[in-house]
Design a protein around this ligand. Structure first.
Ligand code: UCC
Ligand code: FAD
Length: 585
């Protein structure tokens, strides 16, 4: 045996192997599906302009924004209650990178683009594509942008009243010096889902026509924002308030005055959160905050619903964008990491794992873009009644389904890096911690499933008619391609079963319908995801990968309600067995 000159693991030998880390590239150039989608849907001239801007912006995300996003994670906001001289200041201190994000957002028109409508109905798709590239690198600045967009939408829906002209202009400004962001304060201690019963905040009418708000808001994200919308009950002259949802009105307020003093608001504390740590989320005590009522009395929930549509779509942007980022990182890593004598990319089982993540991500990406397409049509008054029904029905479906899939795919993604996927300093864990919130805020999975039922009831079933006819029309396009025919038939069968289920749904009673709500929403997501993948795969320029993706998606259980209904899961007997199972000790 020959003795080596130096002992292994002594001196410099310790540093012999260092794994090359995964890197992000230009997220636009790396995303063939995004580019294909835009090229297929946008008019040629619009695509040329949008594509060149997204390529430029993608480079900016890679070279400039991504590291700032990481800085936001490493320098979370903190709350300073008192200044050096004991004065109560309640100052939220954010890092420079967070402030830079606000400037970038204005410069890049991340909200403005949707309201300038330079590209008519395509502007929403363009804005969504841009936010999609931005979100995973944004240090969660995507959150205040979502709410800012939502408030601009509410103001627009009110016809931009004179008193709100300035704030509307600021929320949609491209000038960093003018640009304002907004918060959305809906949640109180008694309830964030059941806002109608959980809201205790009262609004005292003042002589000048404004109100002073008194109450405690339990979750308020992006609390460093300039303005906010919030709900409260108007105090009648006899000191009474109307309870329930019908007692809620919507208010607009400025968080601070021109000198930077809080508008009779105390910031109790910043939340200590599992994720989204870059983002300040506070508990606020409203101690007479001056506010403007912007809805009719008692129409608070219905008015803020315009905002919920927008923020829920933004939630889906974040969820799908995080999935895409995780896959891109994992895809890069397999070209650098070796195991058992070869690169990970040469282990078919590992590639299969990535392929399954990719199928899920592609399906939900098309669901997201469909929301952008429908919203763009609605905002430019080009939407048919059917399009409007689809927008209403699919908003909760897409929010809840993308949120859940993000958690699943991102968790799988962490495993793709082995032990390194569990290490804080890789930055990968941030995606996992932050993704968890996509299922909770802006309505939990169950609440959104019930919102799907609400949309059906409110429309007298018309949203479902729109679903069936839109899905059928899109499938007809795909029927021409022989490779797609078996998958088209699978989706058609699922649609048939769903139709049968919906015919019987009313007979299940209130509880039976509620028990089916989650499976029902998943069924809509899976069927419509399949429809969109098939439509995409039926384009003349479609690739073999597009076809394969559609086929794989359609191999899932598409009609969950059929399976579960046959198993009796929505019956009173099942509900009582569920109860016994959970509480039986
Ligand atoms: O979590 C929050 C912010 C986090 C940060 C933002 C991040 C964004 C993404 C970032 C990505 C990185 S803010 C808090 C969000 N909170 C929620 O989402 C609340 C969840 N709960 C619900 O959604 C409930 O379903 C409620 C509060 C809407 C239920 O209220 P009600 O009052 O019991 O509901 P009603 O009585 O059924 O509805 C009242 C009115 C009706 O209209 P009218 O009176 O004309 O019949 C409904 O049709 O509101 C209408 N409505 C809707 N309209 C209710 N929901 C909707 C809807 N979704 N769309 C249209
Ligand atoms: P609950 O309503 O108590 O729900 C608890 C559980 O019960 C959930 O699983 C829910 O699905 C289930 N449930 C409730 N009702 C039903 C039902 N009828 N049927 C079946 N299941 C049901 N809110 C704001 O207003 N502004 C913000 O800026 C904001 N930022 C946030 C930031 C973060 C990081 C987080 C985590 C939350 C934030 N929220 C904000 C609050 C968020 O919107 C609420 O937490 C959420 O809507 C759920 O409300 P809740 O916490 O009261 O849960």
């Amino acid at each position: 045996i020959q003795q080596s000159r130096t002992m292994p693991f002594t001196g410099r030998e310790k540093e012999v192997f260092c794994q090359e880390p995964p890197c992000i590239g230009n997220p636009y150039l790396e995303d063939a599906l995004l580019r294909d989608y835009l090229q297929s849907h946008l008019p040629t001239k619009v695509f040329a302009e949008v594509s060149s801007d997204l390529e430029r912006f993608g480079a900016r995300v890679k070279n400039e924004i991504d590291s700032l996003g990481r800085e936001c994670e490493l320098n979370p906001p903190r709350l300073q209650h008192f200044d050096a001289w004991g004065r109560r200041v309640d100052q939220i201190i954010t890092c420079t990178a967070w402030k830079r994000m606000k400037e970038f957002s204005a410069e890049e028109g991340l909200v403005a683009e949707a309201y300038e409508r330079r590209y008519s109905n395509w502007s929403r798709i363009y804005q969504i594509a841009k936010l999609f590239l931005f979100a995973p690198s944004s240090g969660l600045f995507s959150c205040p942008l979502a709410m800012t967009d939502g408030v601009a939408k509410v103001i627009e829906s009110l016809g931009v009243p004179k008193l709100l002209e300035d704030v509307y202009a600021r929320l949609t400004s491209r000038d960093p010096g003018q640009f304002w962001t907004s918060g959305q304060w809906m949640t109180e201690r008694r309830g964030g889902s059941d806002v109608g019963n959980g809201t205790e905040t009262v609004a005292q009418p003042l002589l000048d026509g404004t109100y002073s708000l008194h109450g405690l808001k339990w979750f308020t994200s992006a609390t460093d924002s300039d303005v906010a919308l919030t709900l409260a009950r108007i105090l009648a002259a006899d000191g009474q308030v109307e309870q329930g949802s019908k007692g809620l009105s919507l208010f607009y307020l400025k968080v601070r005055d021109a000198e930077g003093k809080l508008n009779k608001i105390e910031i109790h504390r910043l939340k200590d959160k599992l994720g989204t740590r870059q983002l300040p989320t506070a508990e606020l005590f409203l101690d007479g905050a001056k506010a403007l009522r912007i809805s009719a009395e008692g129409r608070g929930v219905a008015t803020i619903a315009h905002m919920l549509t927008i923020t829920r779509i933004h939630n889906a942007i974040g969820a799908v964008a995080f999935m895409r980022r995780m896959i891109h990182m994992a895809r890069d890593y397999v070209t650098k990491r070796e195991a058992f004598g070869k690169l990970l990319k040469d282990h078919p089982l590992h590639t299969q794992t990535l392929a399954r993540m990719e199928v899920q991500t592609r399906g939900v990406f098309l669901l997201l873009m469909e929301m952008g397409r429908l919203l763009g049509l609605e905002e430019t008054e080009k939407a048919t009644v059917q399009d409007q029904h689809m927008l209403r029905l699919l908003t909760p479906v897409v929010k809840l389904y993308t949120g859940k899939q993000a958690v699943a795919v991102i968790s799988e993604g962490l495993e793709c890096f082995g032990g390194q996927g569990f290490m804080e300093d890789t930055g990968l864990t941030t995606l996992a911690r932050d993704a968890q919130v996509f299922t909770i805020w802006e309505g939990t999975t169950n609440i959104l499933s019930l919102d799907v039922l609400r949309s059906i009831a409110k429309s007298g079933g018309k949203v479902l008619d729109a679903f069936f006819s839109t899905a059928q029309a899109k499938l007809e396009v795909a029927l021409g391609a022989p490779e797609l025919e078996p998958s088209v038939q699978t989706v058609q069968k699922a649609l048939h079963k769903l139709r049968l289920f919906t015919r019987e749904m009313g007979l299940k009673g209130e509880e039976g319908m509620q028990l089916s709500a989650r499976d029902f929403a998943y069924t809509l997501a899976r069927i419509y995801g399949g429809v969109l993948l098939l439509e995409h795969a039926a384009r003349p320029s479609a690739s073999a990968t597009d076809i394969f993706t559609a086929q794989r998606w359609c191999q899932q259980d598409l009609c969950l309600v059929d399976r579960e209904d046959k198993a009796g899961s929505y019956s009173p007997a099942a509900a009582s067995l569920d109860h016994a199972l959970v509480f039986g000790g």
